[in-house]
Write a protein that binds this ligand. Structure first.
Ligand code: GLV
Ligand code: MN
Ligand code: MN
Ligand code: MN
Length: 428
């Protein structure tokens, strides 16, 4: 059996920082909005081109490439003991409207480069190493986050929901998937489910999306837990009418119900008393949307999160109760109050934490244990595999906006820690 001395491995890990930066820059050009913003929506033409770009790079790195029915992409480097479960790594390349070029991308291109780094060092993996590009981590198109990883983790609820899911243009999930070259057959979705034990470990590299590492001058964040996200869709229906002629006492304004609920979200979140509870109304739509017409319908989407699942669930319950109070006060209907997802938090695996910490130390990189306030595909991979995440600093903690930035040096550090962690886990 080949065996590797980690002392040799550590000193021979060299990242091709220039090529990696060039790839990040090139990938960012597959976008539906002008630079420096990036917009890359699931199954759009730009998404298909970006996927082709990634598959090509996987091929150039000698990985064997496979896609599942909804376009999760797997690039495998066969280990010398291929019957053992593989070690997985990866992230997403879809980008929310007007976002930046590092969210997710660093964990996909960085993972391919980590494989290159290990190959150049002469390392031979015992367990196979697999780079995964997850389909639609972002909820942009179909309102459901982590589509690919959620389905891989075996969510029958999602498989079922997708049968009737449409986007804002009323295009069905399956029509969209087919247009990108993936399945049009509902029955295929269960083929996406992973067998338990498919992976012995899963590790995701990602920008922090928060300011802590940069503020404290620390190179590597080792994620101990991922906060619990939930999202809710709400529709109010009232009576519309002429903005001049209908007098104030006679109105049932669905827009004001929505406005009131948005403020209530903030209030209930603050009542939790914890800085870790957050809530956002990022979508608020009024119908018919004319200045001289009283809104007859309104639509809100609420995102709320906490590291404490119970505390977050209390916030959701309070928001629901307030919605009921608002409709009775304003004489409107609550035509929808739908909890789209209410996910539990995930904890990182102890032996992966140890591997990430040992790797940081061996590479002489400062590190800090921290939680992830953003969600990631790792939240779902944790249901079917031991999980860990590596964070790198990003400029002012900016993310989900065009100013998002991570330095080549920080990315390179993250790739090295990822490479060494994968090497260790592959031999376990
Ligand atoms: C993912 O992008 C998140 O909103 O945390
Ligand atoms: Mn994101
Ligand atoms: Mn991300
Ligand atoms: Mn994310």
């Amino acid at each position: 059996e080949p065996h590797s001395s980690f002392q040799n491995t550590v000193s021979s890990l060299s990242v091709d920082t220039q090529s990696l930066q060039k790839q990040i820059d090139e990938l960012s050009t597959f976008s539906d909005t002008p630079a420096p913003s990036v917009t890359r929506i699931l199954y759009s033409d730009k998404d298909v081109l970006a996927r082709r770009f990634i598959k090509n790079l996987m091929g150039l790195s000698g990985l064997s490439v496979r896609e599942d029915a909804i376009g999760n992409i797997f690039g495998r480097w066969e280990g010398y003991n291929p019957d053992l479960s593989a070690v997985g790594t990866g992230s997403h390349i879809d980008a929310i409207p007007y976002s930046g070029k590092y969210d997710g991308v660093v964990g996909v291109l960085g993972a391919i480069e980590a494989i290159n780094v290990l190959k150049r060092s002469g390392f031979k993996p015992k367990r196979s190493l697999e780079v995964i590009l997850f389909t639609s981590e972002e909820p942009t198109r179909f309102g459901i986050s982590c589509l690919g990883s959620r389905l891989m983790a075996g969510s029958k609820a999602l498989a079922n929901a997708l049968k009737t899911t449409v986007d804002g243009q009323n295009i069905s999930f399956f029509d969209a998937a087919q247009s990108a070259g993936y399945t049009k057959d509902e029955g295929d979705l269960s083929s996406v489910f992973l067998e338990k034990g498919s992976y012995s470990a899963f590790v995701e590299l990602h920008i922090e999306q928060g300011p802590i590492l940069e503020d404290e001058g620390i190179s590597i964040g080792i994620v101990t837990a991922i906060a619990a996200p939930a999202s809710i869709k709400v529709d109010f229906e009232g009576n519309g009418g002429h903005a001049g002629a209908v007098l104030m006492p006679n109105r049932n304004d669905a827009g004001l119900a929505a406005a009131e609920l948005a403020l209530v979200v903030e209030r209930h979140v603050l009542e939790s008393g914890s800085i870790d509870t957050v809530g956002t109304v990022g979508i608020l739509e009024l119908h018919p949307g004319a200045i001289n017409s009283i809104p007859s319908k309104s639509h809100l989407e609420i995102d709320t999160r906490d590291i404490d699942e119970e505390r977050r669930n209390i916030v959701i319950e309070k928001i629901h109760q307030s919605a009921i109070t608002i409709v009775s006060k304003r004489g409107v209907n609550l035509s929808k109050f739908k909890i789209v997802n209410q996910d539990p938090p995930a904890l990182s695996d102890k032996s992966i934490l140890e591997a990430m910490e040992a790797s940081s130390k061996e590479l002489n990189l400062t590190h800090k244990f921290m939680i992830s306030r953003a969600y990631h595909d790792s939240l779902f991979m944790a249901r079917v595999s031991p999980m860990g995440m590596i964070f790198i600093p990003c400029y002012k903690g900016y993310s989900h906006k065009p100013e998002e930035y991570a330095s080549s040096q920080d990315i390179s550090n993250g790739v090295k820690v990822l490479a060494l962690t994968l090497a260790k886990l592959s031999l376990q």
